[in-house]
Design a protein around this ligand. Structure first.
Ligand SMILES: Nc1ncnc2c1ncn2[C@@H]1O[C@H](COP(=O)(O)OP(=O)(O)OP(=O)(O)O)[C@@H](O)[C@H]1O
Ligand SMILES: [Mg+2]
Length: 472
């Protein structure tokens, strides 16, 4: 959300590759689509692109069908008359028409990919219980590095939990502890009888073996299953034929993620622990995963920064922040508000800090500093450090605005210079000679464009200045 907000204010041109539709919708106004070795440009954000593309495909399909009818008609004419001398010339011209006709490709709708989770056999309830667990790591010298503490959690069968929290707060650490790949530093973790965890780690792709094929990966999990059955299963994840028996090293990130998901699904889990499973998936595969998860009958804990996926597949949220796990009472929009509020408070504190420090400099002289006695030296040093830090943070906030202003001013200067030349030309009676008519029309049109652009730049300039003043 921070990045989204920052990019909104970024004055330059931006090219972004992302599979996050809400993110794309919010920051892009042009969409380039790569398909079948071609790039196509669509005006508008992702949602608008989807609509336009669907319309285009429909149009293309009907144009194709229409053309196919014409082709068939011409062909039958040729077939009928090519033997008759009187009609031969006409038939010949139709042959030419047919040759010239550029064939429209049939609308190629990438075969929609779907998969589903297998229905779990049975599930314990509760599935897992954590009692006063401390999750974290051990340093080499054996000392503890606690990350999330005092975790009390009872996972009920059928719950669908979205795990929220900023980078580095400990979501993955908690999930690793639940999955059992990381031992709890203290406390009790109890698993229900018959629990089958399907765990997709944040760095899951690193657990795949690059020199092995998808088939070998799956066969390791199912040594006793017939190869054809494994191939069929892989086929349902779009690993057909050659791909099932090719080394996975050169596979794209998305292809590897798709394989990792297939391997999890094969194991028929009743509790899914998914830590950012969509990081590499393209929008179609994300869509397929979203649908599959929405229909999954087991229990789910999901870490994802994809708001669309969270909305569609989870119905309650928990938050990892400040070394604690707690229920988050609200939906994703509430979370967004919470984040913004949080950020605003931090900024306000920062500003207050800056203002306060400035004021204190005077106060220090009339006894406040002296009253602190021994501490005052340390305090002043700390204060200077804080002031420097605040200045730095403010400068950081101001920088994008300042560079935007500079950019606006540069463009305004260039336009003003051009405007002066145009004005002079239009004001000159000699410009109204008949042979200059075209040039004059062009100058007047350009003048209007320049004026309009200047007007919008000025508004932009004022707005940006206001924002800058607000920061202080
Ligand atoms: N093996 C490790 N040893 C020590 N500290 C670690 C280890 N792995 C992670 N950490 C620390 O634990 C903290 C939490 O990391 P974690 O990966 O759980 O965060 P996260 O909430 O999943 O973040 P993100 O959204 O970026 O995935 C971080 O400060 C990280 O540096
Ligand atoms: Mg993580």
């Amino acid at each position: 959300m921070w990045l989204e907000d920052w990019l909104h204010r970024y004055p330059g041109t931006l090219i972004v590759i992302s599979h996050d539709r809400e993110f794309l919708d919010s920051i892009c106004n042009v969409t380039l689509h790569l398909e079948q070795q071609q790039i196509k440009r669509y005006g508008g954000n992702y949602s608008q692109f989807e609509v336009q593309r669907a319309q285009q495909l429909a149009l293309q399909q009907s144009a194709y069908e229409k053309q196919q009818r014409t082709v068939a008609h011409l062909q039958s004419y040729i077939n009928r008359f090519k033997a008759q001398a009187t009609k031969a010339r006409q038939a010949q011209s139709r042959v030419k028409a047919l040759e010239k006709m550029e064939l429209i490709a049939p609308a190629h709708i990438a075969s929609p990919f779907t998969f589903e989770f297998r229905t779990p056999d049975s599930a314990p309830n509760p599935m897992m219980v954590m009692e006063d667990v401390r999750c974290g790591y051990r340093a080499e010298d054996g000392s503890e590095i606690p990350i999330v503490e005092r975790v009390m959690l009872s996972i009920q069968n059928g719950q669908r939990i979205g795990l929220l929290g900023a980078n580095g707060q400990g979501k993955s650490t908690l999930i690793k502890t639940l999955a059992g790949t990381l031992e709890a530093l203290s406390g009790h973790v109890r698993e229900g009888k018959g629990l089958r965890i399907g765990y997709f780690a944040q760095h899951q792709l690193e657990t795949l073996r690059p020199d092995d094929t998808p088939l070998q990966h799956l066969a390791r999990l199912a040594p006793d299953t017939r190869e054809q059955e494994l191939r069929d299963f892989l086929g349902s994840f779009n690993f057909s034929g050659d791909m099932a028996t090719a080394k996975i090293a050169p596979f794209s990130g998305g292809e590897k993620a798709r394989l990792a998901l297939a391997l999890i699904i094969w194991q028929k889990p009743n509790l899914l622990l998914l830590d950012e499973p969509t990081n590499h998936l393209d929008l179609e595969t994300r869509h397929a995963l979203t649908m599959a998860l929405a229909q999954f009958e087991g229990t789910l804990i999901l870490v994802s920064h994809d708001r669309h996926l969270l909305r569609a597949t989870t119905d309650q949220f928990m938050l990892v922040a400040k070394h604690r796990l707690q229920e988050f009472d609200g939906d994703l929009d509430d979370y967004r508000d919470w984040l913004l509020q949080h950020a605003a408070e931090q900024r306000a504190a920062l500003k207050a800090n800056a203002a306060g420090n400035g004021g204190n400099a005077g106060a220090a002289g009339n006894g406040v500093g002296a009253a602190n006695g021994v501490d005052s030296g340390v305090n002043r040093k700390e204060q200077r450090r804080l002031e420097a830090e605040t200045r730095q943070k403010l400068a950081h906030l101001k920088k994008p605005l300042q560079s935007r202003i500079a950019k606006i001013e540069k463009e305004m200067d260039a336009l003003n210079a051009e405007k002066a030349t145009l004005d002079a030309f239009v004001a000159d009676p000699a410009s109204y000679e008949p042979e200059r008519k075209n040039k004059l029309t062009e100058a007047i049109r350009r003048e209007a464009d320049v004026n309009a652009r200047l007007e919008s730049l000025e508004a932009d300039w004022l707005e940006t200045h206001e924002e800058l003043e607000q920061i202080g």
